[in-house]
Design a protein around this ligand. Structure first.
Ligand code: SAM
Ligand code: SF4
Ligand code: SF4
Length: 355
């Protein structure tokens, strides 16, 4: 067996803009029990929406195989997402399989999961026991009326907060909390969210509403720029910027001057961070995407199910990465200048590709 391709050792796999492959996001289901207005609007994802049949999804063995090849080629962090990843039956088993992977230098990988928190109170102990390192929980408001208007399925805030507590109690922290800010929907809650999570050890991150997919009716005037978010909080709770944890960290970091902890801002619209983007994504069906805003993926499932070897899989993965030159957020204005969203090329949905 040739090990030259699969086991590449320390040589980083660089794309055309010299960005290494470091992170892998894997979408484990296209289904979700929420219908967040910015992600899976009910008018599109209604009762008769055709989600993928089970046999189309990558199996846990296929996901692990793909992840193992990616880790042999530079990936150090894996994040499970969706749809809602905790809806995938037996997710703990997948976590156990992924947690056993080692980098070429023998280190464990960093294994995280992004969830809407609805099943976390119940599942957190099993996830931690299986080897998950951390969770990110999405929560857009502390006010039930606002939160329910955003998740659009009347899911109460209290159950998500219970999930956050359960995750922290079993060591899945520091828990990050993602708040997508949409002007006119939940921007009035920015400061109350900051106040609530200040001093808890959880890291609240404000995410600019993005123009992912082609169904969420994105409009620039509904984006609240991160600079405005920081200014609104700092007016009441003094803040100062802090350095990134590592090169390529997507969140801008700030801390409370009184020592109450830190917050983050993810400014994918107003401050593009494509230059440091080291992230590949695998869809539920095993399509490899090199950008959240891609219009097409590369079919790795066909290769695996067609009897491809690990070396062939590694060659496909690294070949796609090497030819990558995506930098959508840096050129967004050129795309969004087209007024009619339907005239934009059809982009893949966030729930399919994984956020
Ligand atoms: N269901 C899980 C959840 O909500 O955490 C995981 C999948 S979700 C697609 C991943 C993240 O993407 C969530 O934090 C969500 O808030 C964020 N997201 C979805 N649509 C977005 C949009 N249009 N703009 C910004 N963030 C978005
Ligand atoms: Fe579901 Fe997450 Fe999308 Fe909300 S953001 S609809 S919880 S996948
Ligand atoms: Fe990465 Fe694409 Fe987002 Fe730029 S737009 S940061 S390349 S995912």
């Amino acid at each position: 067996m040739s090990v030259t391709v699969l086991d590449r050792g320390a040589a980083p796999v660089l794309d055309r803009l010299r960005r290494p492959l470091r992170d892998l996001r894997i979408s484990v289901t296209d289904r979700c029990n929420f219908r967040c207005v910015y992600c899976m609007p009910k008018e599109i994802f209604g009762r008769d929406y055709a989600f993928l049949p089970r046999e189309q999804l990558l199996s846990f063995e296929e996901i692990t195989r793909l992840a193992r090849v990616a880790v042999a080629n530079g990936v150090e962090k894996i994040r499970l997402t969706g749809g809602e990843p905790l809806l995938r039956k037996g997710i703990e088993e997948l976590i156990r399989m992924l947690a056993a992977l080692r980098t070429p230098s023998g280190a464990a990988i960093d294994l995280a999961l992004t969830t809407n928190g609805s099943a976390l109170a119940h599942l957190a102990p099993a996830l931690a026991e299986a080897g998950l390192d951390r969770v990110t929980v999405s929560l857009d408001s502390l006010d039930d009326a606002t939160f329910q208007a955003m998740n659009d399925v009347r899911f109460p805030v209290g159950r998500v907060l219970e999930g956050i507590d359960a995750a922290a109690a079993v060591g899945l922290g520091p828990v990050k909390i993602n708040m997508v800010v949409k002007r006119g929907y939940n921007d009035h809650d920015i400061v109350s969210m900051a106040r609530h999570f200040k001093g808890t050890g959880h890291i609240l991150r404000f995410i600019e509403f993005m123009d992912v997919g082609s169904t969420n009716g994105w409009r620039l005037d509904e984006v609240v720029p991160s600079d405005e978010v920081i200014a609104r909080i700092a007016a009441e709770l003094p803040l100062e910027p802090i350095a990134a944890n590592y090169p390529g960290e997507v969140a801008g970091r700030y801390r409370y001057r009184d020592g109450g902890g830190e917050i983050g801002v993810i400014s994918s619209v107003t401050h593009a961070f494509c230059g440091a983007c080291t992230r590949a994504r695998v869809s539920v069906e095993g399509q490899l995407f090199t950008c959240l805003f891609a219009t097409r993926g590369h079919d790795l499932r066909a290769l695996m199910r067609g009897g491809g070897t690990d070396d062939e899989l590694a060659e496909a993965l690294t070949g796609v990465w090497r030819s990558r030159d995506d930098h959508y957020s840096q050129t967004r204005s050129a795309h969004t200048a087209i007024p009619d969203a339907s005239a934009r090329e059809r982009r893949v949905e966030m729930s399919y590709i994984g956020g």
